[in-house]
Design a protein around this ligand. Structure first.
Ligand code: SF4
Length: 491
């Protein structure tokens, strides 16, 4: 039976058997010795992230949609922080500064006792009438999951009474520690409802291959433009999903010639479904970050669409131009130490790019580990000469702080939260992802090099910051082994 026949997708813990607690090295990971195969545990855990954060980051971008949070009012709080990306993304794509629209049923302690279904029914009617959206995402947080509100039953019952398509998205935070499960939850809802029939007339472009290019939000518009530039020059048309995808165009996903993942951590759930149900082949292998990886990504696409010669010619031309453009930076970067921290695929592909630029990779930290990234460890082990620590941690900044203090990198590339740890330790930082900056493809490699050059020319800001801003850890912690709280470190 297809997962899409179930009300909600399975947890990634069961489906993929990932790991969230590991302290290892690149050498051991490459030999499959370093990472626990089961869901590793810590005897001390500092914090984690609820899957609602990435889920809201996707849903809030969908035009003509409203996100109706069914849960406690605080569950939607990350939508405030994510709204800047929604506004700038709308502006970059349609020239309109527009906020994401989200509401909450704001369940109270009383609702926990009496049930929240009545509130949800009233809220769905109100959202449908007041906003007249094409889609209402009905998002379940922990509270309805615990008290047993029948959210799917309500959505099915009310579908005949409202104009909007009702998509039930299960994001009960207590159910999973692998917050990448959020991607499956969104794809599950879209696949179950939006693939059934077109909402508007769909016209496939004649004489050109059409590909689904998947982006759950880990690329800003500038990175999409770079991917489009490369694919268009091979004569390939692109449909980008799911962020900022108009509901009317979602059905078109079922009509493409090929689906392409840009980050294999995100997309296997929907790509397998599109293959099984609609016969659309897919590629879920390389992330087009880095010189070699962009070439591999293009080569696979060329091969799948019978454009091998064209892809080879494009790679050759682009690599030659990039090589000349990077020349002035190489001497400056040679041997500079870098620590990389992000989602697994992004962290590894960025580390490979930095090694290509001449940096010495001294550590990589990723949020979780699963099977999709295994070839990236091989690539990274091949391009780096020394063994170095690898940390798999669903947050846990105390481990990261310990590693930074002992490894003393010249620069740290992480998301904003991790960068604040490195900055307070006086290390130069660069954000590993921002919707306004380019990272992907050949242009992305050059732009990242240019930004790092500028940053490393004058790293004084964080050095000064570290004199005044302190982290909350005791001196004794920095003398401890960084992975001492990981209980199932190796198999
Ligand atoms: S869904 Fe649960 S874990 Fe997530 S924010 Fe709401 S209460 Fe917290």
């Amino acid at each position: 039976m297809s997962y899409f026949e179930l009300k909600e997708p399975p947890r990634r813990e069961e489906r993929l058997g990932p790991c969230i607690a590991c302290g290892s090295t690149i050498g051991k990971m490459n030999q499959r010795l370093g990472c626990c195969q089961s869901d590793g545990q810590r005897s001390f855990t500092q914090n984690s992230i609820c899957l609602l954060l990435p889920a809201l980051g996707i849903m809030n971008t969908i035009p003509n949609s409203v996100v109706l949070m069914h849960g406690a009012i605080g569950c939607g709080s990350s939508a405030h922080a994510g709204n800047a990306a929604v506004r700038s993304g709308n502006n970059q794509r349609w020239g309109v500064v527009k906020d994401g629209v989200w509401l909450s049923t704001a369940l109270t302690e009383r609702d926990v006792v009496t049930g929240g279904e009545e509130k949800l029914v009233a809220a769905i009617h109100e959202v449908d009438q007041r906003f007249q959206p094409t889609i209402i995402f009905i998002v379940s947080g922990c509270v309805p999951g615990i008290i047993g509100d029948d959210v799917d039953g309500i959505a099915a019952r009310l579908q005949g009474e409202v104009q909007a398509k009702l998509l039930s998205v299960h994001c009960e935070g207590f159910k999973t520690k692998i917050w990448a499960t959020a991607y499956d939850a969104i794809y599950h809802a879209i696949g179950r409802v939006m693939f059934n029939e077109p909402l508007a007339e769909f016209k496939k472009k004649p004489d050109k291959p059409l590909v689904n290019l998947m982006n759950v939000g880990s690329m800003g518009r500038v990175d999409e433009v770079e991917q489009e530039r490369l694919l268009h020059s091979l004569g390939i048309e692109t449909n980008i999903y799911p962020v900022f995808a108009k509901p009317e165009s979602m059905y078109a996903m079922t009509q493409a010639d090929l689906s392409i993942s840009t980050c294999p951590t995100h997309d296997d759930y929907i790509l397998k479904h599109l293959k099984e149900k609609y016969g659309i082949p897919y590629i879920i292998k390389h992330m087009p970050i880095g010189i070699a990886n962009t070439g591999l990504w293009l080569r696979d696409i060329g091969e799948a669409l019978g454009l091998t010669k064209e892809a080879e010619a494009l790679i050759k031309k682009e690599e030659a131009e990039l090589s000349a453009a990077l020349k002035p930076f190489r001497k400056f970067f040679a041997g500079k130490k870098v620590f990389v921290s992000a989602g697994e695929f992004r962290a590894l592909s960025t580390a490979i790019l930095l090694a290509e630029l001449g940096f010495e990779v001294v550590a990589v930290r990723s949020y979780h580990h699963d099977e999709f990234a295994e070839p990236e460890y091989e690539k990274l082990a091949k391009i780096t000469t020394k063994d170095f620590p690898l940390n798999v941690a669903n947050c846990q900044p105390f481990e990261e702080a310990n590693l930074i203090k002992r490894l003393k990198p010249d620069v740290f590339l992480g998301h904003m939260n991790a960068n604040s740890t490195a900055a307070k330790l006086g290390v130069a930082t660069h954000v590993i992802y921002s919707v306004g900056l380019q990272y992907v493809g050949y242009h992305g490699a050059y732009q990242l090099a240019r930004r790092l050059y500028r940053q490393l020319k004058n790293p004084r800001f964080n050095q000064n910051l570290s004199k005044w801003a302190k982290l909350p850890y005791s001196k004794a912690w920095y003398k401890e082994e960084p992975f001492k709280y990981i209980q199932t470190r190796e198999v």
